[in-house]
Design a protein around this ligand. Structure first.
Ligand code: KIV
Length: 274
């Protein structure tokens, strides 16, 4: 791997809001270590997500459920050391925020002290007061709706969410409540493109899609998926950017460029119908 370098100042929430307001798409990738953080930052990725997908990607587990706060803090520290300018988002893992807003604050504090700029938590409805509690205490929060992998057993598998009028209306309501509670960003996973488009149009915060169609304010992929390193059948929304790329840096640069110019995701190849 070779770390290219973009010439930019460290990204801030203010800058991300400016990008969103001006219509510039936000490119996000998951990242779990210092070496990749250096490469991704150098290749111009705006946001590095220390996702609890590390449980599956790095630890070989069947889901994100067993990932602990200690795992997340360790990988957040590693990413923060390799990163120079990208905005670092870290996942609050399963069981680290569900108990109470105070528990969420303690867990978020651990991730912020490990080097995160923002924490992400999954789910809608009951999460809005927790989001407000964290935001009021100075912690930027990214919400996550649609397919929320920590609830995989409750959802009955990795299935498309938000299909049908009722499910779509509930997701829209949850998105509004989270934005009203102060969430500064929203990840939407595995939902029909029409719903991704509608939520993005309604909210004033950036909406980052993963299998949520091309009309979101930005896109995120799991790094190992987009580098073609994940074995087995991949979801439809994934594109292998290593195909036709000379090396990892070129692949990551292509991802950034394709997200920015709206060429990824392709509605014909990577999107879901209602
Ligand atoms: O953990 C993760 O990688 C995520 C993405 C799928 C958005 O939350």
């Amino acid at each position: 791997m070779r770390a290219a370098s973009v010439d930019r100042k460290p990204l801030t929430l203010h800058r991300l809001r400016e990008m969103h307001a001006s219509g510039e798409k936000i490119a996000m990738l998951t990242c779990y270590d210092a070496a990749f953080a250096q490469v991704l930052d150098g290749a111009g990725v705006d946001c590095l997500l220390v996702g609890d997908s590390l449980g599956m990607v790095l630890q070989g587990r069947p889901s994100t459920v067993p990932v602990t706060l200690e795992h997340m803090a360790y990988h957040t520290e590693c990413v923060a050391r390799g990163n120079r300018t990208a905005w670092v988002v870290a996942d609050l893992p399963f069981g680290s925020y569900q108990e109470s807003a105070e528990q969420a604050l303690r867990s978020a504090t651990a991730l912020m002290q490990a080097g995160a700029h923002m924490v992400k938590l999954e789910g809608g409805g009951w999460t809005a007061p927790t989001v407000r509690f964290l935001v009021e205490r100075g912690i930027p929060v990214c919400a996550h709706l649609g397919l929320t992998p920590q609830s995989v057993h409750a959802l009955g598998g990795y299935r498309i969410q938000g299909r049908g009028d009722e499910a779509a209306a509930t997701l829209k309501r949850h998105a509004r409540e989270l934005a009203d509670a102060g969430a500064a960003m929203l990840v939407l996973e595995l939902i029909p493109s029409t719903l991704g488009k509608a939520v993005t149009a309604e909210l004033t915060i950036p909406v980052i899609g993963i299998g949520a169609g091309p009309q979101c304010s930005g896109q995120v992929l799991v790094l190992h998926d987009m580098l073609g390193l994940t074995a087995g059948k991949l979801p439809r929304f994934v594109r292998n950017f290593m195909e036709g790329s000379a090396d990892v840096t070129v692949a990551v640069r292509r991802f950034v460029a394709d997200v920015k110019r709206g060429a990824f995701p392709d509605p014909e190849l990577h999107a879901y119908l209602a």
